[in-house]
Design a protein around this ligand. Sequence first.
Ligand code: FES
Length: 85
Amino acid sequence: MIVCSCNVLSDGDVKACLRPGPECPRTPAQVYRCLGCSPNCGRCVRTIRSIMDKALADAASEALHVCNKGCCPIALERAAAEPTL
Ligand code: FES
């Protein structure tokens, strides 16, 4: 889905530049820079911010629940959802 019509950026473009690490953009302005453009009208800033917030929350959730020992409800739910071999 196109989230920035001025720069023709999709939600996938935004998510693709949000890799964990020191280079990960922390602001929408850094996302534009990462994608080689800059904001024009600015209507997409909130949408980009919400994509960033969700992606970073998902990454944090993944990092917090990497154990597979059933130590929390999320780990148990994931184990139940995984197909058995
Ligand atoms: S829609 Fe993104 S800068 Fe205009």
